[in-house]
Design a protein around this ligand. Sequence first.
Ligand code: GLC
Length: 679
Amino acid sequence: MIQRYVYGHPLPTDAVVRDLPVLPGDPDGLTVTQNAPAVTFSMKLEEDDLVFGLGETIRGINKRGHIYRSWNLDEVMHTEDRQSLYGAHNFLVITSGKRTFGLFLDDPGEVTWDLGATRLDRMDITSCNGNLSLYVITGRTPRAVCHEFRGLIGSSYLPPYWAFGYIQSRWGYGSSEDMHNVIHEHRSRGIPLDGVCLDIDYMDHYRDFTWDTDKIPDLPGLVADMRSQDIHLIPIIDAGIPADPSDPASEDGVRQDTFVKREDGTLFRAAVWPGLSYFTDYLNTRARTWFGSLYRPMLEAGIDGFWNDMNEPSLFYSPEGMQAAYAVADELRGKNLANDDNWKLQSSFGSLASSRKDYQSFYHDLDGLRVRHDKVHNLYGFGMSRATMDGMHAFDPDRRFLLFSRSSYIGAHRYAGVWQGDNRSWWAHLKLNLQMLPSLNMCGFLYTGADIGGFGNDATEDLLLRWLELGIFTPLMRNHSALHTRDQEVYRFSIWEHMKNIITVRYALLPYLYSEFMKAAREDDLMFRPLAFDYPHDEIACQTEDQLMLGNECMIAPVCQQNATGRIVYLPEDMLLVRLRAYNDMDVEPLKKGHHWVPARLHEALLFIRRGCVIPFAAGKTESTVGLKDHPLYLIGWDPQAEGYTLYEDDGITYREGSFRVLIPSDLPDSVFAEGEAT
Ligand code: GLC
């Protein structure tokens, strides 16, 4: 059941797809404190309350014990002291033996979530602007609450089948030659590959919707050539459009009045990659349609996937901010700087990026309603995803396109996936990748993954291999890294064959992963769940922070520790351990419920199948998802008498309904089952 309460004057966000009646008064169990304009919702947290949700955030699966802040930010440090990342996903579920309910604050401005940080036993959620719809969602289980919520916010975005293949990316890729090299190195070694990303370097001076014709003389030719090898080209598009009349998109946007403006009606400008830029008013329908139409020439060139970036929006500096910083520098020039002055000088430049002041200095036109940006800040990336997907569907309404965005709000999950932003080549971020999966799923973001190997810093061989062992399970499986970091393509490493073998496991698992993804999308369900969702009465399962349920059949427990030759895994029920080395190299071992030390050598990924379940694997080797379609399937499970698996299949390209096929062990003679007694 969903109950809606309204505070202040909520602005339209389009987060929800159902218009629910507003109930009078305040919800039971929450203390509401007005401190105009802010409003705070408080509640006592019981000792056994678990708190899940908030989508893309740092820290653990159970969110208790920290203050989170919904304020979309280009944050390069995903460390545990941070409060905000790129998305604002204002939904959480509180569950214990006694109660289970969810809260969704449809509030596009700043919201803070003190989840037992100030006081262990207290939750304070504060809407800084006090204009919101609060939805209270009840259900028997956390999964049921999430299901209700997902019904409220609408169905998840569906990527094409090829988007589940392995994707190689790097900041620095910008030319046809780069694409050819990457493809050659993968194909010649038999490393499967379905997509290669172009980062900002392909553009002409970082201008959206242009490409440097010295680097890419024939874009349609490049796309066609790649496609003939079953590989898709995925260019980046940034939110800022250069403030330069010689740029066609800029000139057209100014003429058509599609950019955000300052209070005095002049265009707002701030610097991003191309220097001073204008920002499309994605909160305005006409401006969104305009921006979406800019993708058309690239779609006509054959491109069918994009990644949208810098859409918090990230601002390096504004001319006004820079002037103020110069003024401080002028004032202090030549002085012997004591501590305070030194700090003042440093911080005047250090605080230029994505500053509050700048976010307070421009306005949106919400189809007739003028709103200052900071009141609706968290909607910006959502609007960009929507503009892009609508633009792609205007080009071809029946086609599924790949789109993933950095910034998002609830509702954006209907238009695009998200990647988890600029992580680092740290073991802690491999674990963080795992921990964000269920909370993002709860908010409808099913198509997601992190930069495998880590974006910043240098990846070691063992980190990349272990990270791939998690990445084989995430819908978006992309290796991406930053400029000036160590080359991170699989083929750069001495143990590339192990990495390749692990990627072949991804393709063997794809029939299952795709089927589970589509079931979750169709049924408003979760593909990844905390163990607490499936085993609410198991105290150990409820506290497990480094394992996840995947689909209805299995559990994953990646090794997230350097130099480890295995890990301790908690099995909440009897499960079949599948130790995976390559598509055709694995062993199975039945294990009893409880704790186990599970050896996993560096090149071995772990998967655990529930006792009564089987999962399908594709037999044979493939270079891409195209080849996979013809591969015979076999099942892996504990027991040949198991019920079978219901596989969902469709054309993977259009929105045409697919079909279900029940796979039964006796029909698939090559199936693999447990041998011996469980230990
Ligand atoms: C941002 C993106 C990153 C990209 C870089 C250059 O930092 O998050 O993925 O590589 O910009 O475009």
